[in-house]
Design a protein. Structure first.
Length: 436
């Protein structure tokens, strides 16, 4: 081409010396041989931009895949706080019992009110009589304080509303030191935690009443000291308790004179859920030795019937199914008792649970006593063999804090010599369980 100021015209490239070399220098490696650099610059700029964009896109994509999501650039302001966790009405209402809570206070971290009411209607259709009534089963009130971070003070009084008695004494008045999970110390009046059945709070038992075996021992809240803790899969409990909880000049059950017999408890439990392949699995062994005061004028109130007792239990939970079983043996100067119960459970829904229980007890010395309402009809007489089957439902309105329970139980007892304690009948009970 001919090169003029007006444009380009055909001309042999050879007529322009140095054109090819000059073009390569000015146009770069992407210039076409013989093409003037001036006319190729817009095209080359576009090609360069496209290539650069493609390379940057590839680098960004590869970097994002390697490094993950790109960080959010800060605007210099703190991010907004997350929305508050939704709470249902149960949490809101029961939270009112906590009057003060501040973990940063070096002296008092929490102060809460305590309360419990268990009321139930029962009807018994026995071979000797029929009866029904409303029973104010439990009524308690008190307070709890957490202080100095590791200490807890607890007071809980009780009354018998069946006789309009608002104060019959107190079940708990103690101080606990809880420095860690491995060691806890509790001193004062407290629950003597022997056997799985009695150690489980009445707030959380799955049947209307406990089985008759533990009730035959006559154990309760007693003054003493206990230690407990957990290390790995092992947990332990031990304590010494006075069997005298009534002052000589009082009818109320409080600390007592502490001059009667003493009882000593040792308990050891092991977590076996891995061995069983279940969500929960605990094996527990309990032992108690019971001393007695021989003073006929001021006898002990609790644990007076036997000298020694052993209890072995298993507590398993997997999905909707659960199983609790326990065997108990007790021996004393007057004879022995033994027995067991098996209690399967099934969660029909998250709030509705079905419970069944079979109880068997025996005594070659006619020492077995029947259940709470059954004693009303056999004159509190004892027998040599007891069998009972229970079936019940529990509806959890606010967990164990508020629930409705109903259950029916058939029981029969062989009264032994003379048949004085013979009993056979059905007991149906429905009630309300409430605590805070």
């Amino acid at each position: 081409m001919y090169e003029t100021r007006a444009g380009f015209y055909p001309r042999p490239m050879a007529l322009i010396p140095g054109t090819i070399r000059a073009n390569r220098i000015r146009c770069g490696p992407f210039a076409f041989c013989g093409c003037p650099a001036k006319s190729n610059q817009p095209y080359l700029m576009k090609q360069h931009q496209r290539l650069t964009g493609a390379i940057m896109a590839a680098v960004f994509t590869a970097g994002s895949a390697w490094a993950g999501p790109a960080p959010v650039m800060s605007s210099g302001k703190e991010p907004p706080p997350p929305p508050p966790k939704e709470t249902d009405w149960c949490d809101s209402v029961w939270g009112l019992a906590t009057l003060y809570k501040n973990k940063d206070n070096p002296y008092i971290q929490e102060f809460s009110l305590l309360g419990r009411y268990h009321g139930q209607y029962w009807t018994l259709d026995g071979d000797q009589n029929n009866e029904d009534d409303w029973d104010h089963r439990r009524f308690r009130y008190g307070a709890k304080m957490v202080f100095l971070h590791d200490f807890e003070f607890k007071f809980e009084a009780f009354g018998d509303l069946n006789v309009d008695d608002w104060y019959s004494g107190f079940t708990e008045l103690n101080v606990a030191w809880k420095p860690n999970e491995q060691f806890n110390l509790q001193v004062g009046k407290q629950k003597a935690k022997y056997s799985l059945d009695f150690s489980t709070s009445s707030r959380e038992i799955l049947t209307i009443e406990r089985n008759i075996l533990i009730n035959n021992l006559g154990i309760d809240f007693q003054t003493g000291a206990s230690i407990s803790g957990k290390q790995g899969k092992w947990s332990y409990y031990a304590g010494a308790f006075s069997n005298d909880v009534r002052d000589s000049d009082s009818t109320q059950l409080e600390f007592g004179d502490l001059d009667g017999g003493w009882s000593y408890i040792a308990s050891l439990a092991y977590d076996v859920k891995e061995q069983l392949g279940t969500e929960k699995g605990v094996v527990r062994l309990d032992y108690i030795h019971m001393q007695h005061d021989d003073d006929l004028l001021e006898p002990d109130e609790f644990l007076t019937r036997f000298d020694d007792s052993l209890a072995l239990s298993l507590n398993v939970k997997q999905g909707k199914w659960g199983l609790i079983t326990e065997g108990l043996w007790a021996s004393g100067d007057n004879g022995d008792i033994w027995g067991f119960y098996v209690m399967p459970t099934y969660d029909i829904t998250k709030k509705l649970q079905a419970v069944a229980r079979y109880t068997h007890g025996g005594s070659g010395d006619d020492l077995l006593r029947p259940g709470r309402y059954e004693r009303e009809f056999n004159g509190n007489a004892s027998g040599e063999e007891y069998n009972a089957g229970y079936l019940g439902l529990t509806y959890y309105i606010c967990g164990h804090k508020l629930k409705l329970m109903t259950g029916i139980e058939y029981a029969e007892m062989d009264g032994g010599a003379g048949g004085v304690g013979d009993f056979e009948g059905w007991t149906w009970t429905s009630g309300l369980r409430l605590y805070f």
